[in-house]
Design a protein around this ligand. Structure first.
Ligand code: MG
Length: 350
């Protein structure tokens, strides 16, 4: 018996009946030889951590553009916070932690530079629109490994492509066709919202965009004054409400706590994401990405992937290139292409 087979057998013993089991995965797009040590979801988690798009997350904006302050979240630290909240919930519910973690770590791989402003700009530029969760799936299915993709399991791909939330989506419940098929995927989605609502408040206060006293009292009365207390209340509510639905387990939150979470999210949209500071920054993101979009299409052989142009057209190739950029890469390329360099003579340098 291989070590992997032992670990798979351990899952059968310890996981809840409603958990996803590695041995029962619906499999990969291309069949592969199994790893002697790691079950499939653990292997997928490792593939995500080793991919290039994962490393780029460290220089992608969460909310504040190209944040230079050392303590602001980036897309990478956001991803780590989502993963840890998701694993906490998965552990209590006896779900498959490896699957939960693989989905959480991969969920934002397709994010554009400049956060949601960048996503909006690309949505307007790209015929047919743009969504970061579809791009996340494209990265793991196609773009990584020189267009071989990471060849992840069906369950991880399903969770990544259905983690979307947006301004109006609820983190629990909703139509079955719009949520992840596994509870692990649904946990990653609720953990995403718990993470971003709380750390975006923290970063906005740090940036002076809002004061802690501005937060809506109705939500604070339910969830608490500090990030730590709010995450605690939210996680505890999710696990208790979900366990109470046994034996037909469904991911749940109480009406009161869900309303408080959604109240904070609405407040964030108005006070931070769509406020005047963000809007001014949005125009800058729009200028940079719009300028690059036009310019790189004039010189496709220099900037864009030839195979993508042949197979899917120049729009798809431009989208892949721009969506993959970090904030600083986008700014650097814009400077290189649009800002004249001052002439400095050799003698002046001496
Ligand atoms: Mg996210």
């Amino acid at each position: 018996m291989t070590i992997r087979a032992e670990l798979e057998a351990r899952e059968l013993e310890h996981l809840a009946p409603y958990a996803a089991r590695s041995r029962e995965s619906k499999g990969r797009l291309r069949p592969e030889t199994e790893d002697p040590i790691r079950p499939v979801f653990q292997r997928d988690r490792d593939r995500v951590v080793h991919c290039k798009a994962f490393r780029r997350l460290k220089h992608k904006t969460q909310v504040f553009f190209a944040p230079t302050g050392d303590h602001y979240r980036t897309r990478l630290t956001h991803t780590l916070e989502v993963s840890q909240i998701a694993r906490t919930v998965a552990k209590v519910l006896r779900l498959n932690e490896d699957l939960t973690e693989a989905i959480a770590l991969g969920h934002d791989l397709g994010h554009t530079p400049f956060g949601h402003a960048g996503e909006q700009v690309l949505r307007d530029l790209m015929p047919g629109g743009f969504n970061h969760y579809e791009q996340s799936l494209r990265i793991v299915d196609v773009l990584e490994q020189e267009r071989l993709g990471l060849n992840l399991t069906w369950e991880v791909r399903d969770g990544i492509s259905k983690h979307s939330k947006g301004k109006d989506g609820a983190p629990v419940g909703g139509e079955p066709s719009k949520r992840a098929s596994t509870l692990e995927g649904q946990v990653a989605r609720v953990a995403d919202m718990i993470a971003y609502v709380n750390h975006d408040i923290d970063d906005a206060v740090r940036a002076g965009v809002l004061a802690a006293s501005d937060l809506p009292t109705a939500a604070i009365d339910v969830l608490g004054r500090s990030s730590s207390s709010r995450i605690g209340v939210l996680v505890s509510d999710v696990v208790h409400q979900t366990l109470a639905t046994a034996p037909h387990v469904e991911l749940r939150m109480s009406d009161e706590v869900l309303a408080a979470l959604l109240g904070l999210r609405t407040f964030l949209f108005e006070a931070v994401y769509e406020n005047h500071v963000a809007t001014a920054e949005f125009r800058k993101a729009s200028g940079i990405l719009g300028g690059l979009w036009e310019r790189i299409r004039q010189e496709p052989a220099t900037f864009l992937d030839g195979r993508t142009i042949d197979e899917e057209g120049i729009d798809a190739a431009a989208r892949d290139f721009i969506a993959g950029m970090t904030d600083r890469f986008a700014v650097g390329l814009y400077e290189q292409l649009f800002i004249p360099r001052p002439w400095v003579s050799a003698s002046r340098r001496e």
